[in-house]
Design a binder for this molecule. Structure first.
Ligand SMILES: [Zn+2]
Length: 119
């Protein structure tokens, strides 16, 4: 199998980001759960999107309003209090990312299929 060009990968990443964003928003309530005072417009990454291992997991996203999206620490406090299992999962993933061995190369096709399954 020949490797994909940088340009091609950039394009694939943008497509997956779009699908992930919409997928997270589809699973979110209409009103921001953090403040209950603005519409949900943004898909927030609970773990930095620089980590590809979790970047396109729906579980890694939370629909929030634009204002709350600017305060990720507040979102984590909310998560810990209101979604403790999810919060624990996020902590575990972070630990894996920071202490684990180098992750497997990302399988873009598998990620794509997991996202389009939502639609
Ligand atoms: Zn809000």
């Amino acid at each position: 199998m020949h490797s994909k060009s940088k340009k091609m990968i950039g394009s694939i990443v943008r497509t997956l980001d779009t699908l992930w964003n919409r997928g997270v928003l589809m699973k979110s309530p209409m009103v921001c759960p953090i403040c209950n005072d603005e519409p949900v417009t943004d898909a927030h990454h609970l773990i930095s999107r620089k980590y590809w291992r979790t970047r396109w997991l729906i579980k890694c996203g939370l629909g929030v309003g634009r204002r709350c999206h600017k305060y990720p620490a507040r979102t984590m406090t909310w998560l810990e209090k209101n979604r403790p299992e999810r919060y624990e999962w996020v902590q575990q993933q972070r630990k894996l990312i920071l202490t684990g061995q180098k992750p497997e190369p990302i399988d873009f096709d598998a990620v794509y299929k997991s996202l389009v399954r939502l639609y």
